[in-house]
Design a protein around this ligand. Structure first.
Ligand code: ZN
Ligand code: ZN
Length: 418
């Protein structure tokens, strides 16, 4: 593929210049410039730093391809010649593309190029969505709230891919839940402050918080079935300033992981019910407040849609290269694009690890040690041929959902003249 050397250079440049969530200004500008040069209609600043690149090429389905753009507060230790030395000017934190979103941006730009170059072979609309702030779980939501679907139309399918340290050339996916939901909540229990010697004149939020924490434990043990999986962790509990003062309020920070929308809704309902009931039991004057901090839905691959996408991936990469994986205990916000538009999602992982190194580590049982995972300061996907495989996969999946242009048909009116 002729695009590779240019794209490998782009990848190294993006890698050396990572940007934190909602601060992807340089990345967004590069994306916009390149997509325009490919003949796409480009809109910047969607949901902050998001970029949308649209190519309307006659009648047919709208196919959404998504790449996330943000990096992480990690000090890179890969030793690569293009390793990041970036420091966030505001917080002083080191920054690294430790999740491979630089690879996602590169692959989507390569895919947009491939689709534009072969536009006589398909008909429909391609919507490249370069999303900010996946790592904080807010970017997809921000783009949706900024009118992504009202302004650019509702897609037939949402396609997304994530690089993972599995052998390069392989793709891994599954129907149904592929990633867990993660809901973080900040709960404030309002008491009535007072002197520590006169509890009868106060409403003690610490006792309220203690009862709430204990009661929340009964959701997993008493309210969900033995075959369902979920976790509720109360990770923070803050209240009070001094031992002889009854505090005004207490704050709890919760993290909840679930694998099905039904179970997620059930658990969130139970949390709400218990928090309000414990406040009522304590005689609180004010209702507690529950604020969502992070809301990442379960990432669910629509089974019927995935069959179609997977067939295209198999045809493009080889049947054996497309593997089945169990649900992964991490979270993503790509599902929000599907949920908000009503379109099915096809999401898969693609390999970035050296196959020989991976095979050796697997044989020694040392993959955890020798093959650095996403978010590790040593995470280093191979630039080549990961980029070509990512483009092949994304392009094949997109083409499966676009209409094939009928041979002999004149090009549609909306074909951009260049
Ligand atoms: Zn990540
Ligand atoms: Zn990621």
């Amino acid at each position: 593929m002729s695009v590779t050397s240019d794209l490998a250079e782009l990848y190294r440049d993006l890698h050396a210049h990572p940007e934190l969530s909602f601060a992807e200004h340089r990345t967004a500008a590069i994306v916009a410039r390149r997509a325009k040069a490919l003949g796409y209609e480009v809109t910047e600043g969607i949901g902050g730093t998001g970029v949308v690149a649209r190519l309307t090429n006659g009648p047919g389905p709208l196919v959404l391809l998504r790449a996330d753009m943000d990096a992480l507060p990690v000090r890179e230790q890969t030793g690569l010649p293009y390793a990041s030395t970036a420091i966030d000017s505001g917080s002083g934190q080191p920054i690294m593309h430790a999740c491979g979103h630089d690879m996602h941006v590169t692959c989507l730009l390569g895919t947009l190029d491939a689709l534009a170059a072969n536009r006589d072979e398909w008909s429909g609309t391609v919507l490249g969505v370069f999303q900010p702030a996946e790592e904080t779980g807010r970017g997809a939501r921000a783009m949706v709230d900024d009118g992504l679907f009202e302004r650019f139309g509702k897609p037939e399918i949402v396609l997304g891919q994530h690089v993972l340290p599995i052998p390069v050339g392989t793709v891994a996916t599954r129907a149904g839940a592929i990633l867990s939901a993660n809901d973080s909540l900040l709960i404030t229990l309002h008491g009535r402050g007072g002197h520590g010697s006169r509890p009868e004149a106060a409403i003690d939020p610490i006792v309220m918080a203690a009862a709430t924490v204990m009661r929340l434990q009964t959701i997993i043990s008493r309210e969900i079935g033995a075959t369902d999986q979920a976790v509720i962790t109360v990770g923070t509990l803050h209240a009070g300033t001094k031992e002889n003062i009854i505090a005004e309020e207490a704050q709890l920070g919760l993290s909840i992981r679930t694998y099905s929308p039904e179970l997620r809704a059930k658990i969130l309902d139970a949390v709400r019910r218990i928090v309000h009931a414990e406040a009522a039991a304590a005689g609180a004057d004010r209702e507690p407040t529950i604020e969502p901090v992070t809301r990442l839905p379960v990432t669910v691959n629509d089974a019927v849609a995935l069959d179609k996408t997977r067939a295209a991936l198999r045809a493009a990469l080889g049947t054996d290269q497309v593997q089945e994986i169990p649900a992964f205990p991490a979270s993503e916000d790509v599902g929000i694009l599907a949920e908000a538009s009503g379109a099915p999602l096809s999401f898969w992982f693609f390999g970035g690890a050296d196959p020989a190194k991976f095979a050796a580590a697997q044989q020694n049982g040392t993959t955890d040690r020798d093959i650095p995972m996403n978010h590790s300061p040593y995470f280093a996907p191979l630039a080549d041929p990961t980029i070509s495989h990512g483009i092949t996969a994304f392009t094949a999946a997109a083409r499966a959902w676009l209409n094939p242009a009928r041979p002999g048909n004149p090009l549609p009116e909306s074909f951009p003249a260049e």
